[in-house]
Design a protein around this ligand. Sequence first.
Ligand SMILES: C[S@@+](CC[C@H](N)C(=O)[O-])C[C@H]1O[C@@H](n2cnc3c(N)ncnc32)[C@H](O)[C@@H]1O
Length: 258
Amino acid sequence: MSFWPMMASLPLLPAIVLGLGRHRARAAQLCYVVLTWMLRLLRGQVCATKTHSFVFSHCTHGNANSVLEAFDVYAETHASASLGPQIGQALNEVVKHVRPSRVLELGMNCGYASVLLLRLLPPDGKLLTVEQDPAVADLGEEIILVAGFKQTQFQVLTGSSGHIIPTLQSLLEEAPGTSSTFNLVFMDHDPQQYLLDLQALEKEGLLCPSGCSIIAIIRNQRVLKELREMVQARPECYIIKSLNNEMIELFFQRVHSK
Ligand SMILES: C[S@@+](CC[C@H](N)C(=O)[O-])C[C@H]1O[C@@H](n2cnc3c(N)ncnc32)[C@H](O)[C@@H]1O
């Protein structure tokens, strides 16, 4: 369910609980789930707002490196959902090696990785970045613009990855003369979605058949296990290129049988 219909229905929750009589226990459980979800969303927005205002007021506008430095300074003293300097550096090295031109990012937040990725794209490169929370998406987009990038170089897509992925093919086709697949996918959103989203991207034909790197931030060991099992089960298409405590890099290639 999207944010605002959920917000609007919040005042009705007590009435629903009381009105449901014998289903009261179930309704109360549902209320608990909804409230927990909303609190988490609100906490995420507060955290993103604080990060955004610090970066906005402590960086040199138009200078992407200065924007990244401001994020790093903020992370030294505050809790933040953004990638820290250590993972940022590791991501920087991997992406420099991959040299992608068309990148999909899942989970933009305030735009730290978006700025890092855009810095490394060629002049005709493009980043599509997905963020489920509209308020956070606006903050991230502003940071990307503050870093000096133009609307022609990136596109922010607001919605959950599961909803956005099936729409990407037609979106890419709308931009004539450009490739309709990605050669880098960066995942730092909901770890429970990593495998599902990767499978959906492959099914939609969005991974470049001649080679696509998939970089995922590891925030959950169970998800790492799932990804490793998937690679083991599909050795003809996937390999693990690199792995450390924070990040896994997969490589996808579709081998055509004769
Ligand atoms: C850890 S933060 C991403 C940090 C970001 N990579 C950076 O460099 O600053 C995760 C973000 O993913 C978003 N998110 C979580 N699940 C999502 C989904 N299924 N689709 C799109 N965005 C999602 C959250 O709202 C949050 O802003």
